[in-house]
Design a protein around this ligand. Structure first.
Ligand code: ADP
Ligand code: MG
Length: 701
C-alpha cells in the first residue's frame, strides 16, 4: 500500500542540519562543530575534514555531483560557482572527494563582482569563507555551502559579513544591558526576522512578448486597464487553480530546504501574492529569503509562469514590498520587545523600546538608504507603501505609557509603584490592526517591529545591518551610562524620560499616507524626506554615520565608500537599461504599430471615398490626425530620451551621474510614456505589438 508523504517526512530533507550532523558525525566532531556554530570557536582542520567527508557522503547519497560556495555579493542576488566532487583515481576511474580545506575556504574568480574599487587589480581574487551558522543544503545536484565573501586585503565584498558583524555587536551591547538588570544566564542576544515576500505572477507567454519585462522586470509602457484593483476583490481572494498549483510546489521545494514557508495569500493588486515564513535568526532568514526568491522564479517557470519580484512591475496598481518583522531575544527565549510580568522586566522592555526609538530617529537616513533602489523609489511615496519619511507607530496604549513617563505622571494602569518609572504593571500590547498602523513605515506590532519600507527584490541584509547596528549604538550609549550610575533606577528613569522627550518627533500614530503628514514631518518635525536613491545614498558617508558604523566595527570606512559607489552604480545602471529599453521599444515596436494602424485607416478612408465619391470619412480623418500627432510626439520624445542617455554617460563621477539620472533621465522617461500610452488606447488591439496591462494582470487563470 502506498503511504502518503507528510510534510514532516521531507521537511529539511535537503539540508545538512543538526539532525543529520548528529547522525553522521562522531560525537567528538559533532561537539566541536557545535562549539564553532554556537560560540564562534575556531574550527580545527581535522574536524573540518571529517565534516566535509560526512557532508559529501550525505550529498552524494541525495544525488549531488557538485559543490559550491554560495554567497551574496553586492549585486543583491546570490552567486555560486560549481565544482564537481570528482577526482581521478589511479585505475582510470574517479572517486568523489571533498576536503575540509574546500569546505572552509573557496576562491571564486571574483574580478567580475562589484567591489567599488576594493579589490586592487593585483589581487583580483576574493575568497569565500564558510559560515557554519547557516546549514549547507542541496539545490538541484549541487551541495551549497553558505559563505561570506571577502577580498584578500580583508574588506567584505558581500552582504553577509557586515550582517554577521551587526548581529554580533547587537548581542554584545544588549548583554551589557541585561546584566545590569540582573540577567546572569543569557549568553547571546539574537535578532530574528520574518520577511513577508510579495510578488506578481504573469504567464511566460505574455512575459516573453514584452521586452520591458524581459530586460528590466517591470513594464515601462502600458495604459491603465478598464479594471485594476479598485474593486478590492483580489486581497485574500480565492486562489486560482494555476496559482494554487504553483504555491503547492513552491511550498514543497521550500520545505525540503528547511524554509518555514507558512502563509500564502492573494495581495491587493490583481496577479499579486504574498508568502510569509515563520521568523528565524537574521542571517538564516536572509539566506532563506534569497533562496525563496530564487525558488519562486524556478517553480514559476515550471508552471509556464514568470514570478516578478520587481517593486513596481505595473504603474497604477500596488507595487511589491517585503515587510521585515524584527525582534530581539535572548538565547533562552526571552523576547526583549515583549512587555513582561514584573516591574523589572517592564522597565527593561521600556529601555529596549527606547533604544529602538532613538536608533530610528538618529539613523533615519541609514534606514532609508538601506532600502533604496531604483525600483523601490517608485513605491515609497506613492499611496501604497509607506512614505520615504521614516516614523514609528507605537499605538495609542503604548504611546500613553510613554507620555505618562515623560510628564512624570503615573500611568493610569499602574497599581503600585515599585519602581520610579511608575509603570510596574504594563498591559499586554496586542497588535493594533487599524489602518493607521498599516500606513506606518515602522510599526510596533505587540512584540516586534515591522519595518515596511523594504522593496520586494531587496536583500533583507542591508536593512537589518542598519537596524541592528543603530539599535546596538543606542544600547551602547545606555550601557555606558548605566554601568557608571550611582543610582541605577533614577538614571534609568531619567534616560527613558529623556529619550522619549528628545526623540518623540519620530513617533507618529496617524495616517502615514496623508499628504498633511509629509508636510508636518518635514516642516514641523524636521524629519528627513529623501525621495530617491540619488538623494539618500551619499548620506551613507555622513560623518555621524561613518563614526557609528566603524565605531561598532560593522563596516570599515573603505567598505562604506565602496558600498556607496556600488549602490549608486546599480541605481544608474538600472535606470539607464530602462531608458534604453524604452527608446528601443518606442522606435521598433510602438511607433511602427501606430503608424501601420494609421496608414491602414487612411487606406480604408481612401478606398471608401473611391467607392462613394464625396464621402466625408470624418471618423478616419480625426483618428489619423490623432495617431499622427501621437507618432510625432513619440518620435520627438524618443530622441530627447536618447539624448538624455548620452548626457548621463558623459557624467564626471557617480554622484553627478545619479543626479542626472534623477533630474533628466527619469523625467524624460515619464514624458515618453505619455503619448505611447495614449496611442495604445486608440490603436486597434490587433495592431498593438505586446500584451496590454489588462491581459497581463488578468491572464493567469
Ligand atoms: P501578519 O503580519 O500577517 O498579521 P504576523 O504578525 O503573525 O502576521 O507575522 C508576520 C511575520 O512576522 C511572520 O513571518 C512571523 O513569523 C513574523 N514574526 C512573528 N513574531 C515575530 C518575532 N517575535 N520576531 C520576528 N518576527 C516575528
Ligand atoms: Mg504584516
Amino acid at each position: 500500500m502506498e503511504t502518503t508523504k507528510t510534510i514532516s517526512d521531507y521537511f529539511g530533507s535537503m539540508v545538512f542540519d543538526d539532525r543529520v550532523m548528529k547522525a553522521k558525525l562522531s560525537a567528538k566532531v559533532y561537539s566541536s562543530l557545535r562549539r564553532t556554530i554556537d560560540e564562534g570557536a575556531e574550527l580545527d582542520i581535522r574536524v573540518a575534514n571529517a565534516v566535509a567527508e560526512a557532508m559529501k557522503d550525505w550529498a552524494v547519497s541525495k544525488g549531488a555531483t557538485h559543490f559550491t560556495h554560495w554567497f551574496q555579493p553586492l549585486t543583491g542576488i546570490t552567486a555560486e560557482k560549481h565544482d564537481s566532487f570528482i577526482s581521478p583515481s589511479p585505475d582510470g576511474g574517479v572517486i568523489m572527494e571533498f576536503s575540509g580545506k574546500e569546505l572552509i575556504k573557496g576562491e571564486p574568480d571574483a574580478s567580475s563582482f562589484p567591489s567599488g574599487g576594493l579589490r586592487a587589480t593585483f589581487e583580483a581574487r576574493g575568497y569565500t569563507a564558510w559560515d557554519p551558522t547557516s546549514y549547507a543544503f542541496i539545490k538541484g545536484k549541487t551541495l551549497c555551502i553558505p559563505t561570506a565573501f571577502c577580498s584578500y586585503g580583508g574588506p567584505a565584498l558581500d552582504k553577509k559579513t557586515p550582517l554577521l558583524r551587526s548581529m554580533e555587536v547587537l548581542s554584545k551591547e544588549a548583554l551589557r544591558i541585561l546584566k545590569l538588570f540582573g540577567n546572569k544566564t543569557a549568553k547571546r542576544v539574537v535578532s530574528s526576522v520574518g520577511p513577508e515576500q510579495e510578488y506578481f505572477l504573469v504567464t511566460k507567454e505574455m512575459f516573453n512578448k514584452r521586452p520591458d519585462l524581459c530586460f528590466t522586470g517591470r513594464t515601462l509602457f502600458g495604459a491603465k486597464p478598464p479594471k485594476g484593483q479598485e474593486m478590492d476583490d483580489h486581497y485574500f481572494g480565492v486562489i486560482k487553480p494555476r496559482v494554487a498549483a504553483f504555491m503547492e510546489e513552491l511550498n514543497e521545494e521550500l520545505w525540503k530546504l528547511g524554509i518555514l514557508a507558512k502563509t500564502e495569500h492573494n495581495e491587493v493588486a490583481p496577479a499579486q501574492h504574498e508568502l510569509a515564513p515563520i521568523y528565524s535568526t537574521t542571517n538564516i532568514a536572509t539566506d532563506h529569503n534569497q533562496l525563496t526568491m530564487e525558488i519562486m522564479q524556478k517553480v514559476a517557470a515550471k508552471h509556464g509562469l514568470v514570478c516578478l519580484l520587481h517593486e513596481k512591475p505595473f504603474a497604477g496598481v500596488n507595487g511589491s514590498g517585503k515587510h521585515n518583522n524584527w525582534s530581539i531575544a535572548t538565547d533562552n527565549g526571552q523576547n526583549l520587545l515583549s512587555p513582561g510580568e514584573t516591574p523589572y522586566e517592564n522597565a527593561q522592555f521600556l529601555l529596549f523600546l527606547c533604544a529602538v526609538i532613538k536608533a530610528v530617529d538618529d539613523y533615519q537616513d541609514l534606514l532609508r538608504l538601506s532600502v533604496a533602489t531604483a525600483g523601490n523609489d517608485h513605491r515609497l511615496g506613492a499611496n501604497e507603501a509607506p512614505p520615504a519619511v521614516i516614523s514609528i507607530f507605537l499605538g495609542d496604549e503604548l504611546n500613553a505609557v510613554m507620555e505618562a513617563i515623560e510628564s512624570g505622571k503615573p500611568y493610569a494602569g499602574a497599581e503600585k509603584t515599585q519602581m520610579k518609572l511608575g509603570v510596574d504593571v504594563l498591559p499586554k500590547f496586542n497588535r493594533d490592526t487599524t489602518d493607521r498602523n498599516r500606513t506606518s513605515p515602522f510599526a510596533f506590532t505587540g512584540n516586534k517591529f515591522e519595518f515596511r519600507m523594504l522593496g520586494s527584490s531587496n536583500s533583507i541584509a542591508c536593512a537589518n545591518i542598519m537596524l541592528n547596528a543603530s539599535v546596538a549604538e543606542s544600547l551602547r550609549i545606555y550601557a555606558d551610562r548605566l554601568e557608571k550610575a550611582e543610582d541605577f533606577e533614577t538614571t534609568l528613569h531619567e534616560m527613558i524620560q529623556k529619550t522619549f522627550h528628545d526623540h518623540k518627533r519620530i513617533i507618529f500614530n496617524g495616517n502615514g499616507y496623508d499628504d498633511a503628514w509629509i508636510k508636518e514631518a518635514t516642516e514641523k518635525r524636521g524629519l528627513l524626506n529623501y525621495r530617491t536613491t540619488a538623494d539618500c545614498m551619499p548620506h551613507l558617508l555622513d560623518e555621524k554615520n561613518v563614526k557609528m558604523l566603524t565605531g561598532l566595527g560593522v563596516f570599515s570606512e573603505e567598505e562604506l565608500r565602496s558600498r556607496c559607489d556600488i549602490m549608486l552604480e546599480n541605481y544608474c545602471k538600472s535606470v539607464v537599461i530602462e531608458a534604453n529599453t524604452m527608446v528601443d521599444m518606442a522606435r521598433t515596436l510602438i511607433a511602427p504599430a501606430v503608424e501601420a494602424y494609421a496608414s491602414d485607416v487612411a487606406k480604408a478612408a481612401a478606398a471608401k471615398k473611391a467607392v462613394v465619391p464625396g464621402l466625408g470619412c470624418g471618423y478616419e480623418t480625426e483618428l489619423v490626425k490623432k495617431l499622427s500627432s501621437l507618432t510625432d510626439s513619440i518620435s520627438a520624445r524618443t530622441d530627447e530620451l536618447a539624448e538624455a542617455i548620452l548626457k548621463v554617460a558623459g557624467a564626471g563621477d557617480i554622484i553627478e551621474e545619479s543626479g542626472l539620472v534623477r533630474d533628466i533621465l527619469l523625467p524624460k522617461m515619464s514624458e515618453l510614456r505619455i503619448p505611447c500610452d495614449q496611442a495604445e488606447v486608440i490603436t486597434a488591439r490587433s495592431y498593438w505589438p505586446f500584451p496590454t496591462y489588462g491581459e497581463l494582470l488578468f491572464g493567469v487563470k
